[in-house]
Design a protein. Structure first.
Length: 492
């Protein structure tokens, strides 16, 4: 995975700074609450939502179990339809393939559809080093690019910006990238959208190469699917002479029939719409219609390693709807940049450490970027049990153990800074395995309760700095049960 965001401080430090930004917190609170309410209303309209959710989960799990077969079938179908398939093991290989394909056209500019996969591998930066300029055409991605910023949300990358900030970015930066912002541009949404439309239109009409991702790939026919709300995707997918799509291998689904499920759940979970305004599908190339050359770059970049983890692999079900971000109390207060990845929020907290590993400080801290409230699991349209994976990854960080990295089975060392946690967990395991010792410890804690500190000492300070230390009851539960229930069967 790209090192674009690695090197940032660990999540607690980055989040502490973000929480102090009142403007950021206000922008996030307003946006996430609005999207959350609209999504709840859209989902409530569907009487069989639970069944659709279960169907999506089963389709994804089946596909992941047979991913090798479906990817081969996809390659054969794309090739038969006139496309060319390339396999990329990691970000470096994917970037090299795309750069070479663009150079072969003789062009030095490309237009892009919003794509998480290309952000993940740092494609724009890689193309820049090869003298190729990539123009983002999604409105929010355009705002981020013009502002020399980073995306902070999967669906709404510029969610941390308000209208006044966007106006200022357009006024200051548009002229450097093409058509300048109109004179007297205000912060009204209609004017901002029109400024973006005029700025992008000349790029659409001039571009010879388009780059996209895909929401889904159909193995049965070799069809790729992009869903979006602005129409910029349709322009990038149809006007250029050459189209290059970079797609994670987990995005494949077996048949057209499977799309029925996801084209119902994805719009409602992401934009709270019954159907996306633009759903573009293409199968290879067709004479006289759309691009004359089509390349599909299938990206692994840690996905096969993730697939090898029986608990963590469920993260590969993700359809990038971002519903988990909009309900997460941690994301709402810390924002997306604190996660140090293009995948922020709860899904990023389990996906990034698996794709990149937990060697870096930021990746080792991500599994702890959660209160484990479970709201993310409740809204996930493919039933990813994010809290389960978070706890699983916390164990990996603290204890180390077997894992798969770069296709090889390895034994990870425990991450630094967790010695106290390991000692506490081992002490708890010892006590819980010995009822007599546990009972004695509970009684001692109750009898000395008035001497207990208000905060934990040593490494425990990090926990009690933001939480109240629970008061120990005057009587342990076991003693209370024995005293009130006598000889009745107890909780032993």
């Amino acid at each position: 995975m790209s090192g674009t965001f690695v090197g940032m401080p660990a999540f607690p430090e980055a989040a502490r700074e973000a929480v102090g930004d009142r403007t950021l917190r206000g922008n996030l609170r307003h946006a996430t609450h609005t999207i959350r309410a609209k999504r709840a209303k859209a989902v409530a309209e569907v009487s069989d939502w639970a069944e659709l959710r279960e169907a999506g989960k089963r389709i994804k799990d089946h596909t992941l179990r047979h991913l090798d077969d479906y990817l081969v079938q996809l390659e054969e179908a794309v090739t038969a339809a006139g496309g060319t398939v390339h396999w990329a093991a990691d970000a470096e290989e994917a970037n090299r393939i795309v750069a070479e394909l663009v150079k072969e056209t003789g062009e030095s500019e490309v237009v892009k559809v919003k794509s998480m996969a290309t952000q993940e591998i740092g494609l724009n930066e890689a193309l820049q080093t090869e003298g190729i300029r990539a123009y983002e055409t999604d409105l929010a991605e355009l705002i981020v690019q013009l502002g020399k910023d980073r995306p902070s949300h999967i669906l709404v990358p510029a969610i941390h910006r308000n209208r006044g900030e966007i106006r200022d970015v357009f006024r200051a930066e548009m002229g450097e990238w093409g058509r300048p912002a109109p004179e007297g541009l205000t912060d009204t949404p209609a004017e901002l959208a029109e400024a973006a439309r005029l700025h992008l239109r000349e790029k659409f009409l001039r571009a010879k190469v388009g780059i996209s991702g895909a929401n889904f790939m159909v193995a049965e026919t070799g069809t790729l699917v992009v869903v979006e709300s602005e129409g910029n995707g349709r322009m990038c997918l149809t006007l250029p002479e050459t189209l290059i799509s970079v797609v994670g291998i987990e995005k494949v689904v077996p048949t057209w029939r499977d799309l029925e499920v996801f084209l119902q759940t994805l719009p409602r979970s992401s934009t709270a719409e019954r159907m996306n305004p633009y759903t573009s599908m293409w199968t290879g190339t067709t004479d006289g219609d759309g691009p004359r050359v089509f390349h599909l770059v299938l990206l692994d970049n840690g996905r096969t390693d993730t697939l090898a983890d029986e608990v963590g692999r469920q993260a590969l079900r993700c359809i990038r709807c971002s519903a988990c971000l909009n309900v997460c109390p941690v994301y709402e207060r810390a924002g997306g940049h604190a996660y140090g990845s293009v995948y922020p929020g709860p899904i990023g907290a389990i996906l990034s450490p698996q794709l990149r590993g937990t060697r870096s400080e930021i990746d080792a801290s991500l599994p702890y970027a959660s209160s484990l409230c479970g709201a993310c699991y409740e809204v996930c349209p493919v039933a990813i049990d994010i809290p389960e994976v978070l706890v699983h990854l916390r164990e990996r960080v603290v204890e180390g153990g077997p894992a798969t990295r770069d296709g090889n089975k390895v034994v990870l060392k425990p991450a630094k800074g967790h010695a106290g946690e390991r000692a506490a967990m081992r002490a708890a395991r010892w006590a819980f395995a010995r009822p007599g010792a546990l009972r004695a410890g509970q009684r001692l804690a109750s009898r000395t309760r008035r001497f207990h500190p208000r905060a934990l000492p040593g490494p425990g300070r990090a926990w009690s700095a933001s939480r109240e230390l629970p008061a120990v009851p005057a009587e342990p539960f076991r003693d209370w049960w024995q005293r009130t229930r006598g000889s009745e069967e107890g909780p032993e």
